[in-house]
Ligand binder design. Sequence first.
Ligand SMILES: [Zn+2]
Length: 73
Amino acid sequence: MAQSVAQPTATTPAVPAQLPIGAIAPWAVFFGILMLVLLYFVGAEQGATSLVSGEGVHEWVHDARHLLGFPCH
Ligand SMILES: [Zn+2]
């Protein structure tokens, strides 16, 4: 009993979708700034560079700080 294998039938070549850079750029800038703020809170929110008083933020991101290799204690 022979099995038939489906063969591709499309004859037109695949064309990659066009990505408008003007629509993507604002989101890229937004997420870039968001990541920099997150990196600040994980890596530098401690001691003299601290924006928030107390140890709350430091303790909250403490595991991420050690995971990323930032000096801590
Ligand atoms: Zn630590």
